[in-house]
Design a protein around this ligand. Structure first.
Ligand code: NAD
Length: 510
């Protein structure tokens, strides 16, 4: 039995959370309406940043960078350590605010804050490991090395569906790398951004002497995002959102030779092979396809199943789809919260109609009416059996739709997995070593993430996160992603008394 949030309570709850998290009351008045997808109600109205405000904030961030870059890396790490501590102390309140503003179920809201804590811990260690190489030089009495320097102001543009974690993936690294950060959160989720800013300021107060403007917020939509994208004082812009957004932002950054970190749409697949452990596969598929109401960039959207196990797998997935609890994401037992808004619901219905027209058989997908909440959009997740990978299957629809297709030949299954414009995440379920190794090899999945016997979603921060093709090519979080937040200098030092030129070139003057 589904439960839904009561109308008329969330504005007061959000206000109390923001107060406890340290957001000043003055920040909570203005023209930008913030609605909660839980009830569809407006829960706050906050001030937007205008063009002059954006210019001033970026200017201040640039000044902050000039001071911050001179602080030693391990000391910069201490600020991020304190940020992690403050996040630990605020986890329950910030997690609940993520639920209210983005619609995530409680464990996913808390999980998103845990991800912020994890990247802070990671970045603290990194602050002592910003290492360059010493390189063999062909010239006698010379030394060649590379050094990594802070680069400047890092612009962060984020999407509604990870309203706080995306900032931290970028900001924790940027701070230890010696950069300042200007953040333009989604206009759909600015309250969580205000809360994160307040938490950051608590860490700054404990650290003492942090230059003003080391981290600032630009509140608003596309226009203020463009101001950040076009500002020459911002050498790196990390932009997370739809491929349509990346198509607009990418060329503008290229026009001024800024460094893009683009984290765009995904259309993630899983191949289920004859030897797969179906118990494990069903659980992994359920979380990856239905979790976060299908609103993760890494959500499983395409299932490619060997014909010999197709009926057996579908016979287990259908009851899971039919029984999963949809409703109040804060209620015990709910696994699917609301879609973010009416446009998301309309997009889902359009895709289901197109799938039917292209030969698909749809199970589920209907709206779940929530009494007294006409502006909240709860849906049953949809399983859609498709005769092949038609046009609609190749698009990312940001909703819980899983297209299921059959395969008979393994090479054809890999080709199908790769035959979409996006290249974010992928997985294979198999106990056949050859299939598993082939999938993660050069002739296997073409995605930035390729998993074996786990679903495509739910990445850890230790690996580099991002994808290829229309996903944009950016990498964030772990591995050597930090290098994108620094500039590299190659230094050659001559400690001898002669001047040998490289490649044997001679140039003797006088
Ligand atoms: P969106 O593209 O509508 O908005 C994302 C952000 O970009 C918002 O802050 C928005 O204001 C800003 N923006 C939009 N147009 C802009 C422009 N021309 N210039 C500057 N800023 C602009 O995306 P959304 O609906 O918030 O999020 C869902 C999308 O994000 C999905 O496509 C999802 O796959 C993608 N996503 C990708 C990742 C990833 O890491 N690859 C992570 C999360 C979400």
């Amino acid at each position: 039995m589904s439960t839904f949030p009561r109308p008329g309570t969330l504005a007061a709850e959000a206000r109390a959370l923001l107060d406890r998290l340290g957001v000043p009351a003055a920040a909570l008045s203005g023209s930008l309406s913030v609605r909660s997808p839980l009830t569809g109600e407006t829960i706050a109205s906050i001030a937007e940043t205008d063009a002059a405000g954006a210019t001033a904030a970026i200017g201040q961030a640039h000044e902050a960078f000039l001071a911050w870059r001179a602080i030693p890396g391990p000391r910069r790490g201490e600020l991020v350590r304190l940020l992690g501590e403050e996040l630990r102390a605020s986890k329950a309140d910030l997690g609940r605010l993520v639920t209210i503003e983005a619609g995530k179920i409680t464990s996913e809201g808390l999980g998103e804050v845990q991800e912020m804590i994890d990247i802070c811990d990671y970045a603290v260690g990194l602050s002592r490991q910003l290492q360059g190489l010493t390189i063999a030089t062909e010239r006698p009495d010379h030394r060649m090395m590379e050094t990594w320097h802070p680069i400047g102001v890092v612009g962060v543009i984020s999407a509604f569906n990870f309203p706080v974690a995306v900032w931290s993936w970028n900001a924790a690294l940027a701070f230890v790398c010696g950069d300042s950060v200007v953040w333009k959160p989604s206009e759909k989720t600015p309250l969580t951004a205000l809360a994160v800013q307040a938490i950051f300021e608590k860490a700054c107060a404990r650290f003492g002497g942090v230059p003003a403007g080391l981290s600032t917020l630009l509140i608003g939509g596309k226009a203020v995002g463009e101001a950040l994208v076009d500002d020459k004082r911002v050498p790196v812009v990390s932009a997370t959102g739809s491929t349509a957004m990346g198509r607009a932002v990418g060329p503008r950054l290229a026009a001024r030779f800024a460094r893009p970190i683009l984290e765009l749409g995904g259309n993630n697949a899983a191949i289920v092979c004859p030897s797969a452990d179906l118990d494990l596969a069903v659980r992994a598929i359920a979380f990856a396809a239905m979790g976060t109401a299908g609103q993760r960039c890494t959500t499983l959207r395409r299932l490619i199943v060997h014909e010999s196990i197709y009926d057996a797998l579908l016979a287990r997935l259908k009851p899971a789809y039919a029984s999963v609890k949809v409703g109040d994401p804060g209620a015990e037992g709910t696994l699917i919260g609301p879609l973010v808004d009416a446009a998301a619901f309309a997009g889902m219905q359009r895709a289901l109609e197109a799938a039917k027209a292209q030969g698909g058989t749809v199970t589920g997908g209907a709206r779940v009416t929530a009494e007294g909440l006409p502006e909240a959009y709860y849906v049953r997740p949809a399983l859609v059996e498709m005769p092949g990978q038609t046009e609609v299957v190749k698009e990312e629809t940001f909703a819980p739709i899983l297209y299921v297709m059959r395969y008979s030949d393994f090479d054809a299954a890999i080709a199908l997995q790769n035959d979409v414009p996006q290249g974010l995440s992928s997985s294979i379920f198999t106990n056949d070593l050859r299939e598993a190794e082939r999938f993660v090899s050069v002739t296997g999945s073409d995605c930035g993430i390729a998993n074996v016997n786990i679903g495509p979603s739910g990445a850890e921060i230790g690996g580099a996160f991002g994808g290829e093709k229309e996903t944009g090519g950016g990498r964030e979080a772990g591995s050597d992603s930090w290098k994108a937040y620094m500039r590299r200098a190659t230094n050659t030092v001559n400690y001898g008394r002669t001047l040998p030129l490289a490649q044997g070139v001679t140039f003797d003057v006088g």
